[in-house]
Design a protein around this ligand. Structure first.
Ligand code: GDP
Length: 458
């Protein structure tokens, strides 16, 4: 796809730094080079030159790099001006560039979008660049590199190829409409579908892990007022982020804090207002918001004050909390807090299928034990070997593809001749879902939406 306009943007972060880079891409790059540099720099060679305005006044001096189409990042002519990293000087230079006719400031992610539209990379790789820049841990950065190198794309492309072959075989049967799938062919098709389902399953496992590494996990601390929710948050995060006070109902609004641990996976821990019944309007709002947060949680730590809730009434407490407040589909771990007062041992036990961990948040007793436990139940390992970073949209597309393959298999098992078209349709939809992941088949809206979330200069 050809773009007639030429775009420019500051590619380095705003602020003061040693170097600031302006990137220009499009058909008018050579015109910009003539105006600003007085010449077109040699391709792919760094040239040290003055950067001038239209009247010949020197604004800055630095390195100019020219990449000609199609051998550039975007596939178009690109000029990079590496000047001094001050906001005033960079803005001045950018103003000069975009004042030339046919030039404009790039939209967020537009360089990457052009690279994608010119087949320089697929959608997974474009997203991987954004994820690499935004990576919050070494593991996430490594996984983003794996995606950028094409590990994820290759696995999707392999699948798409297998699906295409299967579709060709099945659709050719439709062409001979009198022909029916004999038993032997049916077994072979079923085994090919099974193979595809197994492969998707394995990619899903990996993608789930990659998504966890990118997005982390949301853990919500819930419980009655004064049970020690804020104290637990402080103990986990390691500093006094929440106000801890003996007056019930202090955490009136939802507090948010996240920590980085578990081998690079961000764990977003949210402390909530105390669950329970309140007549105070502000507290009521806090409690409502607590429920709202709990509904979005991947895991709930339901904290119990062990001094006021001895073991025999825990059942009732859990019953009350779950029936009254907590959704049943979210995993819950019960935390028996204030073990320093009751003298209970730090341990893990179980009641009615709910794990119970005894700790003391105030004196930091058993908090490491709790972290190790969370680490274990999430099933997170430190190895990033072959792990690629994934997004929710990838998981959704994989699930859709698996769903259509499952449907196709079911129809095949209950096969009768006039359903061949339906088998073919399921396979087509499965392939479409997979192709959306790499962007081979994606609506313009989806593409625009994805790239608009990237920042300017990317
Ligand atoms: P929240 O309302 O559930 O957030 O409870 P807080 O974290 O504000 O704690 C309420 C009170 O219990 C405070 O006075 C805390 O110091 C105290 N507390 C919290 N955890 C412990 C603990 O493990 N041991 C003891 N002795 N006191 C605790």
């Amino acid at each position: 796809m050809k773009n007639n306009d030429t775009i420019a943007a500051i590619a380095t972060p705003r602020g003061h730094g040693g170097i600031g880079i302006i990137r220009i891409s499009g058909p008018l790059v050579t015109k910009v080079a003539y105006v600003i540099l007085g010449k077109i720099p040699k391709k792919r060679q760094a040239e040290y030159l003055p950067f001038r305005n239209k009247d010949g006044l020197i604004l800055d001096q630095g390195i100019a790099l020219f990449f000609s189409s199609p051998d550039s990042f975007t596939g178009e002519d690109i000029l990079e001006l590496q000047g001094h990293g001050g906001p005033v000087i960079l803005d001045l230079l950018l103003q000069q560039i975009i004042s030339l006719s046919g030039l404009r400031i790039a939209r967020p992610g537009e360089f990457l979008e052009r690279a994608f539209l010119n087949n320089k990379l697929d959608l997974i790789q474009a997203e991987a660049i954004a994820d690499l820049i935004d990576a919050s841990s070494i593991q996430a950065a490594r996984a983003a590199i794996n995606s950028l190198q094409g590990i994820f794309s290759e696995r999707i492309n392999e699948l798409v190829e297998l699906l295409t072959n299967l579709r060709v075989d099945i659709e050719s049967t439709i062409d001979f409409s009198e022909e029916k799938i004999d038993l032997f062919s049916k077994i072979k098709i079923e085994s090919r579908i099974n193979n595809l389902i197994t492969r998707i399953d394995s990619i899903q496992n990996n993608a789930n892990y990659g998504c966890l590494l990118r997005e982390g996990m949301k853990v919500v601390i819930a419980g009655k007022p004064n049970a020690g929710k804020s104290s637990l948050l402080n103990a986990l995060v390691g500093n006094d982020v929440a106000i801890v006070t003996p007056i019930a109902g202090t955490t009136r609004d939802v507090l948010r804090e996240h920590i980085y641990f578990l081998d690079g996976m961000p764990l977003h821990i949210t402390d909530t207002a105390g669950l329970g019944h309140s007549f105070d309007e502000v507290e009521k709002i806090g409690i409502e918001r607590a429920r709202f947060e709990i509904e979005k949680a991947d895991h709930v730590l339901l904290i119990i004050d062990s001094t006021t809730t001895p073991t025999p009434i825990i059942d009732q407490y859990i019953y009350w909390s779950i029936i009254d407040c907590l959704p049943t589909n979210i995993p819950i771990t019960i935390i028996r807090n204030k073990a320093d007062i009751t003298g209970e041992k730090i341990c893990i036990s179980e009641i009615k299928g709910y794990p119970i961990i005894t700790i003391s948040a105030k004196i930091n007793l058993g908090v490491d034990f709790l972290l190790t436990y969370l680490h274990k139940i999430i099933g997170f390992t430190s190895s990033t070997e072959g792990i690629f970073l994934a997004r929710r949209r990838h998981l959704d597309a994989l699930e859709t593809a698996a769903k259509y393959l499952g449907q196709c298999k079911l129809k095949l098992t209950n096969y009768y001749a006039n359903e061949i078209e339906l088998l073919a349709e399921d396979l087509r939809l499965a392939q479409q879902a997979l192709s959306e992941i790499t962007g081979e088949f994606s609506s313009d809206n989806l593409i625009k939406k994805i790239f608009s979330t990237f920042c300017i200069g990317k």
